[in-house]
Design a protein around this ligand. Structure first.
Ligand SMILES: *[C@@H]1O[C@H](CO)[C@@H](O)[C@H](O)[C@H]1NC(C)=O
Ligand SMILES: *[C@@H]1O[C@H](CO)[C@@H](O)[C@H](O)[C@H]1NC(C)=O
Ligand SMILES: *[C@@H]1O[C@H](CO)[C@@H](O)[C@H](O)[C@H]1NC(C)=O
Length: 416
């Protein structure tokens, strides 16, 4: 078994080397992608989507943006950007409410969906990807070989059937497919961890799900092992605002869930769901005052090596609870979008040190630079809302591949 793993790792190693050599490289930096409701920022028209380049300290446009609000931004391991919202087009492409930006061409691409496939008023609120295949020649200007999971409040006609609130790009079949129907009135988040070795085919969703008796569930799991997939509604949380399925292979089996209420009384604001045992635990501590909108985790950042959890929302920031405040002059505003630099971030290369955090909301976009130990405001104006933030440390495929490679080597070492 271990020998098999090792040889698989070796094959992957050489595949990575070849991929790294043949694919074009993109700049080594950190981008803070922001999606929301805005037109002009700092004198330039961005239209609901943009990124802030940490090394250049400047906002950058993604063509001329969208014709409607962006609700969610997600970036895959390679650096491609996926957005969802209440828009129908990006640039001149009539995409409908989901669009994809190719990292090599720095352009919105044809996704295979178009605005005419969606019922008017369709909104996408959650996206995650699973890119376990290596990029191929198609990837250089089009879709990468990734599964794409989309949730929201929409109806779309795909592959001859109607997708209601959920749809996914099934890379194996190279097409958009519907998922088994489930009663969900809202979807706040979807989380798929591509590094997860055990419960590999499970996709985690937060939102409002109902069973046949009308009982509400905040968390649901879609298992893609069989086709069509199978939903399981998970008891124990309502009003789920975020799920962080830690993409860190050194981590535990815990999924971090932020919600307004949990059945487990020790959990307030946040709770852990163990994806192997299906048990809830209060390992993430508790946020006793206010609502948590976003949760992130890095293992190995703190001196104890246990890890650090980042909670953003309208939580009380007095530093007296389980959760301490980050630095001084921390934002007092309600955090709607938040993301952190990952464990593999290297300050000199990417401009983003582990422990740094980007947050945004109504009329603010702020960044805590762990290297300087200070918060700075990246925009000094009003009239905008940031709904979603995704921090991508280094968009270079070559470096992503080498990080992935490090991860693979680490897995092998771990098993030995
Ligand atoms: C805002 O615009 C000024 C003038 O063009 C530019 O120097 C600055 O870098 C811009 N700020 C951001 C955050 O892009
Ligand atoms: C972007 O530019 C295209 C081509 O000029 C135009 O059709 C589209 O309406 C523009 N979109 C926005 C959001 O301004
Ligand atoms: C979903 O469940 C809710 C709560 O029981 C119910 O009101 C609604 O009619 C259901 N929707 C569908 C499409 O079954």
């Amino acid at each position: 078994m271990y020998k098999t793993l090792l040889s698989a790792a070796c094959v992957l190693f050489f595949a990575c080397m070849v991929t790294a050599i043949t694919l074009p490289a993109t700049p080594l930096t950190t981008r803070i992608y922001l999606g929301g409701s805005f037109n002009t920022l700092n004198g330039t028209k961005y239209n609901n989507i943009a990124y802030y380049d940490l090394k250049e300290s400047a906002l950058k446009a993604m063509e001329n943006g969208t014709d409607g609000e962006v609700k969610v931004v997600n970036v895959d391991v390679y650096g491609n950007v996926y957005i969802g919202g209440a828009f129908t087009q990006v640039g001149t492409k009539k995409t409908g409410p989901v669009a994809i930006w190719n990292i090599y061409t720095a352009a919105w691409i044809d996704t295979g969906l178009s605005s005419s496939d969606f019922v008017a008023g369709s909104v996408v609120t959650a996206i995650d990807t699973d890119c376990t295949s290596l990029p191929d020649s198609m990837s250089i200007s089009g879709l990468f070989p990734c599964d794409i999971f989309v949730g929201g409040n929409f109806k779309a006609s795909v592959s001859g059937s109607t997708a209601t609130n959920f749809l996914y790009y099934h890379n194996k079949n190279k097409k958009w497919e519907t998922q088994t129907a489930v009663n969900a009135t809202s979807v706040t988040v979807v989380a798929k961890n591509e590094y997860q070795l055990i419960t590999y085919n499970k996709v985690y969703y937060g939102g409002k799900f109902y069973d046949a008796n009308g009982k509400e569930f905040g968390l649901a799991i879609y298992d893609t092992t069989n086709s069509p997939g199978v939903w399981t509604l998970v008891d124990g949380a309502t009003g789920v605002t975020d799920i962080y399925y830690n993409p860190n292979i050194f981590s535990t089996d815990n999924i971090f869930v932020a919600a307004t209420s949990f059945a487990k009384t020790e959990c307030k604001g946040v709770c852990n769901y163990n994806h192997k045992s299906a048990a809830w635990s209060a390992d993430a501590g508790s946020v006793t005052t206010g609502a948590v909108n976003k949760i992130r985790y890095i293992k190995g950042l703190s001196a104890s090596n246990v890890g650090s959890i980042f909670a953003g929302g309208n939580v009380k920031r007095d530093g007296t609870g389980d959760y301490a405040v980050i630095g001084t002059n921390y934002p007092k505003e309600t955090v709607l979008g938040m993301d952190i630099c990952g464990l593999f971030s290297q300050y000199t290369i990417t401009g983003c040190k582990s422990g740094s955090v980007a947050v945004g909301g109504q009329n603010f976009l702020k960044f805590y630079d762990a290297n300087a130990n200070s918060w700075k405001s990246l925009l000094s104006e009003t009239g905008f809302v940031v709904n979603s933030i995704y921090v991508k440390t280094s968009s270079a495929v070559t470096s992503t591949v080498s990080f992935a490679l490090m991860a693979v080597v680490a897995i092998v070492c771990f098993f030995f």
